[in-house]
Design a protein around this ligand. Structure first.
Ligand code: XMP
Length: 513
């Protein structure tokens, strides 16, 4: 049976990932695709429906994104949201006007026709609007199905052709009946079976990995983080020891990291794991380097060198597996108006496939982070791995301000360990999105017993967040902060002061470098 899906055509709205999330919550798989997707590549058996997203442009504006008009005669149901609705109107012969009063925020949607799209939705309800333009004249054979105070045509439909448009955003939580609108579209109008689940994902993906890899060897850089760990276990289920996992100890890891990874993947899951101790190579290359971006570049390059060497040792490897997630994929090809500025060059192994001439296997590339955790649960992976906070590729190097030496790494490892273990003991670890310690390049005066000390200062950082794009500092209770500080200063030699970072992102970033 073909895997049914909904296509979301991306016109650059900041809410696109929310649309995707909402569709998947209805147990239907969906993909976000660029506006220039070719009609031929749309599988009519698989594609149950199409959603045209919102976007920041104006349909008559020069260079505004548009779509192939043939899309509207495929016979596939389409829902246009905001810009998507205006584009549908314009393409099919209606008229869009620039509205003098921009409608932004909550508005009352008045349903004028409750058939199909607005089934089970009260006459008046709150909806979320964010638009300057609006539909002035509908295309032929369209009927108005909703209005608001500012917009006489807030929703329209061509029931025969199954084409719908809404001016509001059903995907945002502020739209009271938004989920119901999407459900009506996907289940009733598109007739989706809605049988997509993590269980079916695991089954399909295992079959796919077997098919793609044939009898060849696959290599994967295992970091111990959630994404690469779940990818590794999934691929291991598919092809067993034909998958070689390489764990590179770069000397910049958390305390006992290599031990934990060995324990879980080698001992417990009996996977084919190679642990490479390359700490001297990394620390040697980082000697004397204090610039954060330089540190990242050096670590990236060194990683590629070490990994490549290990792949050659294994020999005959044809595929490289990576734990790439959907947001990485969407962001890297963002089409219109998406965030593009590189604030920090994030270290990933993007340079690897080119250099090593390997084909890619990315089994998680259509999943969001919480879906990856669900896959991990489905695969019965330990919570110790699945519930971990994110850890950056360059590791402690970007948490040690100034020179990165083994001695400073050792100090930070101990500090981090006291911090994290106290959070766990106090039941706070799972409530916090990310927590870590930072070693500062300054010393402060202290007093221990009768002795004057002159030792390092550390900062501790804990944030709450949804996706790491924005974050707030976590309100850890004072008594817990007190315990953390006491443990660090009493138990870690070389530290005599602890500061708590109370900045949010933006304007600060989560990491200090
Ligand atoms: P920032 O500091 O940019 O961090 O607010 C957002 C999230 O990204 C992680 N981070 C990185 N991850 N390589 C990574 O793999 C990097 O160079 C890097 N820099 C930041 C950070 O830990 C946080 O979760």
């Amino acid at each position: 049976m073909a895997r049914e899906k909904i296509l979301i055509i991306d016109f650059g709205s900041q809410y696109n990932q929310l649309i995707a999330r909402s569709v998947r919550e209805l147990n239907v798989f969906c993909e976000i695709v660029p506006p220039d997707i070719s009609i031929r590549s749309i599988d009519r058996l698989e594609t149950r429906g199409i959603i045209l997203s919102g976007g920041p442009a104006s349909v008559y504006q020069k260079g505004a994104p548009s779509c192939n008009p043939a899309l509207f005669s495929l016979g596939i149901p389409i829902l246009g949201i905001c810009y998507g609705m205006q584009l549908m109107a314009k393409t099919l012969g209606g008229q869009v006007e620039h509205s003098p009063s921009r409608e932004y925020g909550r508005a009352i949607l008045t349903v004028t026709n409750h058939r199909l799209l607005f089934k089970d939705i009260p006459k008046n309800s709150t909806s979320w609007m964010s638009h300057g333009d609006k539909v002035k004249r509908m295309p032929k054979n369209f009927a108005r199905i909703g209005m608001s105070r500012n917009t006489s045509i807030a929703a329209f439909a061509n029931f025969d052709k199954r084409l719908y448009g809404v001016q509001f955003h059903p995907e945002v939580a502020h739209t009271e009946y938004g989920k119901q609108v999407l459900k009506n579209f996907i289940k009733d109008i598109c007739g989706a079976r809605a049988d997509w689940s993590m269980k079916s994902f695991v089954k399909e993906t295992i079959a796919q990995i077997r098919k793609t890899s044939g009898r060849e060897k696959v290599i994967l850089g295992l970091s111990g983080g959630v994404d690469s760990s779940v990818a590794a276990v999934l691929i291991n289920r598919a092809i067993g020891h034909r998958l070689a996992c390489v764990f590179v100890d770069n000397g910049l890891l958390r305390k006992d990291e290599a031990k934990l990874v060995r324990e879980v993947f080698q001992k417990h899951l009996k996977m084919n794991l190679r642990v490479v101790d390359a700490s001297n190579e990394f620390l040697g290359a980082l000697k004397g380097v204090v610039d954060p971006e330089k540190k990242r570049k050096i670590i990236g390059k060194t990683f590629i060198r070490v990994f490549d060497r290990e792949a050659k040792r294994i020999g005959g490897v044809k595929f490289l597996a990576q734990g790439t997630l959907y947001p990485d994929l969407i962001e890297s090809r963002s089409t219109f108006g998406g965030p593009s500025a590189t604030i920090k060059t994030h270290h990933n192994v993007g340079g690897l496939p080119k250099k090593m001439n390997l084909k890619l296997i990315e089994p998680l590339k259509y999943l969001f982070k919480d879906e990856v955790r669900k896959v991990g649960k489905e695969l019965r992976m330990p919570q110790e791995i699945l519930g971990r906070h994110p850890f950056p590729g360059p590791g402690l190097a970007v948490r040690i301000l100034g020179d990165v030496t083994k001695q400073r790494c050792d100090i930070l490892r101990e500090v981090d360990d006291r911090f994290i273990s106290t959070l766990k003991k106090e039941g706070l670890y799972d409530k916090i999105w990310q927590a870590f310690a930072v070693l500062l390049p300054i010393k402060s005066v202290g007093v221990m017993g009768d002795e004057r000390t002159y030792e390092s200062v550390v900062a501790i950082r804990a944030v709450t967040s949804v996706d790491g794009m924005t974050a707030d500092w976590a309100k850890i209770p004072y008594d817990v902060l007190g315990k953390i500080s006491n443990r660090i200063i009493n138990e870690v030699k070389g530290v005599n002061r602890v500061a708590y970072d109370i900045s949010s992102k933006p304007p600060s970033t989560i990491e200090w470098e």
